[in-house]
Design a protein around this ligand. Structure first.
Ligand SMILES: *[C@@H]1O[C@H](CO)[C@@H](O)[C@H](O)[C@H]1NC(C)=O
Ligand SMILES: *[C@@H]1O[C@H](CO)[C@@H](O)[C@H](O)[C@H]1NC(C)=O
Ligand SMILES: *[C@@H]1O[C@H](CO)[C@@H](O)[C@H](O)[C@H]1NC(C)=O
Ligand SMILES: *[C@@H]1O[C@H](CO)[C@@H](O)[C@H](O)[C@H]1NC(C)=O
Ligand SMILES: *[C@@H]1O[C@H](CO)[C@@H](O)[C@H](O)[C@H]1NC(C)=O
Length: 281
């Protein structure tokens, strides 16, 4: 149990670093009541809850006077207020090349079932391998997905059946979803590109997965992400309403076949801002 708590405290400290930076120069912009809700409570499986709450309280009290508008905004933009943090690591994700699909599925279930706003966190400083995966709603409350580290697709095309061949990561039927975090989503598309009929004429022309698909998601925000080397299309919005997609970087080699940047289908009221797109199509 002890190592888990240490990791948690360490990551909380990482969050607070910007606050400490500002402490001397810019005094108190906000009262302690706001500060204490900023970081929300921390939820974990298997009853760690109580222990961790006790451990984190002194940290919160120690910093609230130093919180400035700047640091508040910085945290608020990556961490919705009052949200419960659900880290994929606490659901068995290990990164480093092992298949983390099941751990992400479990963590999503917990986040989506949360009765209060939840934030599903993919840690910085690690690379998680995912096969085809669906994050589906409706959820009980608002969910944000903060991808701070890297998510990489399996490079084994046999991990995709003919049925799910068009999907790598799918978000479906979720309201008020926010996906961001500043991390990277890497489709690892090389294996698919080699098999494309555009590259190898002996191959049949078949679909390859879209890295990120948002289907029937209303009031959707996708921001602050690097999406690269998709198997085929990088991001697709389908049957969504009220969508903001901003500060997204999309990158794939010029010669990668059909690696379109963003597809928008049957979607209303979408704004795409400040995106950098350089791909093979
Ligand atoms: C958090 O609350 C503050 C005001 O209390 C608001 O300005 C900010 O937009 C909120 N952030 C999010 C992500 O909801
Ligand atoms: C980041 O990774 C390095 C090398 O694997 C490790 O030494 C360090 O503890 C990690 N930091 C965090 C915050 O996990
Ligand atoms: C969910 O998000 C919407 C849109 O940002 C917001 O209006 C609503 O207050 C949020 N609900 C909760 C419970 O935070
Ligand atoms: C690819 O996946 C298939 C089925 O999932 C498996 O049988 C095969 O061993 C995998 N190949 C490699 C190189 O891992
Ligand atoms: C969604 O967009 C519609 C217009 O398409 C607008 O009338 C409505 O207020 C928006 N809903 C929210 C929650 O922003």
């Amino acid at each position: 149990m002890a190592p888990n708590v240490n990791v948690l405290l360490f990551s909380l400290l990482m969050w607070f670093l910007p606050c400490f930076d500002n402490y001397e120069t810019k005094p108190a912009g906000l009262g302690s009541s706001k500060a204490s809700t900023l970081y929300g409570s921390i939820a974990h499986p298997a009853g760690f809850d109580k222990l961790e709450r006790e451990e984190t309280v002194p940290l919160l009290l120690g910093t609230d006077q130093g919180l400035t508008k700047e640091s508040f905004d910085q945290v608020a933009s990556s961490q919705p207020n009052d949200s419960i943090v659900i880290n994929v690591d606490d659901y068995g994700a290990t990164g480093g090349g092992a298949d983390d699909t099941m751990a992400f599925e479990k963590a999503w279930k917990a986040a989506c079932a949360s009765t209060g706003p939840a934030s599903l966190v993919v840690s910085n400083n690690n690379t998680y391998l995912l096969k085809s995966i669906t994050f589906s709603g409706p959820c009980k409350s608002n969910v944000s997905v903060m991808i701070e580290g890297t998510i990489e697709a399996s490079s084994n095309t046999s991990d995709w059946s003919s049925k799910n061949r068009r999907i790598w990561i799918l978000f479906s039927h979720i309201e008020n979803l926010i996906v961001g975090g500043g991390g990277t989503i890497n489709g690892n598309g090389h294996v698919w590109w080699q098999k494309s009929c555009k590259i190898d004429k002996s191959q049949p022309c078949k679909d390859a997965p879209t890295a990120l698909t948002f289907k029937s998601c209303n009031e959707l925000t996708v921001e602050n992400l690097n999406v690269k080397n998709s198997q085929q299309i990088h991001i697709k919005f389908e049957k969504c309403n009220n969508v903001t997609a901003s500060t997204i970087s999309i990158e794939a080699p010029e010669k990668s076949p059909n690696t379109d940047g963003i597809h928008v289908t049957k979607t209303t009221n979408i704004q795409i801002n400040y995106c950098n797109i350089g791909t093979g199509n």
